[in-house]
Write a protein that binds this ligand. Structure first.
Ligand SMILES: [Zn+2]
Length: 262
């Protein structure tokens, strides 16, 4: 009797709460699913534009079209913290099965989370193998809007004061995300920003490429940036960070972003 009553309640809930209707829009590289048709179109076009812009800025060319369109599951929610996640597989010498999920307010998704996730796609398509986590997240956070970048820098300042950071010596070879993820994001962003400010985006990518090939990061760092030892880069970066006015600027909004990516 009791289980029958529960079944009736469950059935009732299924009937009165219909799933939101899904709309769909596809471009060459993105298939976007969302509640509203205009959002599907806007995000598909924005994703295509960002793919070109980020490619040109960091690589000097536009990466080839994806093997099949990236399935983008878009959930616009003004009350949710903005977040994104992208997955893909390295197989047969290429990259396959792109899937992206975006959740949060539309403005934040468009100005930060979508660029962040597209940067991961561009780097994956360029290198065709896993990119060192710090470089991947460093590049992805560096293409977010200025508001978010200020938040990363403000957080790093706090983490450094609290001595809650990752071991700099290990960052180059780190293949998985550390348990304490936020200092890693903030540190990766800042280190990438420092290296890009020194020699530009394309030089940074050449450096990562050489490091990935040789696995001799000390030698690559010396060749591309002139630091004799890794610790010299670490010291120079920290000095730059604390002298940098950018990090001292007041935050525009409260930090609430959680960006997780594969
Ligand atoms: Zn990411």
């Amino acid at each position: 009797m009791e289980s029958l009553a529960l079944f009736k309640i469950a059935l009732f809930l299924v009937i009165i709460i219909p799933a939101p209707k899904q709309s769909y829009c596809q471009t060459v590289n993105f298939a976007v699913y969302a509640e509203k048709q205009e959002d599907c179109k806007e995000f598909a076009e924005a994703a295509e534009k960002l793919r070109k812009e980020i490619s040109e800025r960091w690589l000097g060319y536009v990466v080839a079209d994806l093997n099949s369109p990236c399935i983008l599951d878009l959930k616009i929610n003004p009350n949710a913290g903005p977040r994104g996640n992208t997955s893909f597989a390295f197989q047969f010498g290429g990259v396959w099965n792109f899937r992206m999920e975006l959740v949060g307010p539309k403005e934040s998704l468009l100005d930060s989370v979508l660029p962040h996730e597209i940067a991961h796609i561009v780097l994956a398509c360029h290198f065709k193998k896993p990119v060192p986590r710090w470089a991947d997240e460093g590049c992805a956070t560096y293409v977010e809007c200025v508001r978010e970048q200020k938040i990363h820098n403000r957080m790093l300042r706090r983490f450094l004061i609290q001595q809650r950071t990752f071991a700099f010596a290990h960052i180059m070879t780190m293949k998985e995300y550390p348990r304490d993820i936020m200092p890693f994001y903030a540190g990766s962003h800042s280190l990438c920003e420092y290296l890009v400010k020194l020699k530009g985006e394309r030089h940074f990518i050449s450096y990562i490429s050489e490091g990935m090939q040789t696995q001799n990061w000390e030698e690559a760092t010396k060749k591309y940036y002139g630091f004799e030892k890794m610790k010299d880069l670490g010291n120079s970066w920290h000095r730059w960070f604390f002298q940098n006015d950018y990090a001292k600027l007041k935050m525009v909004s409260t930090p609430k972003t959680t960006i997780s990516s594969k």
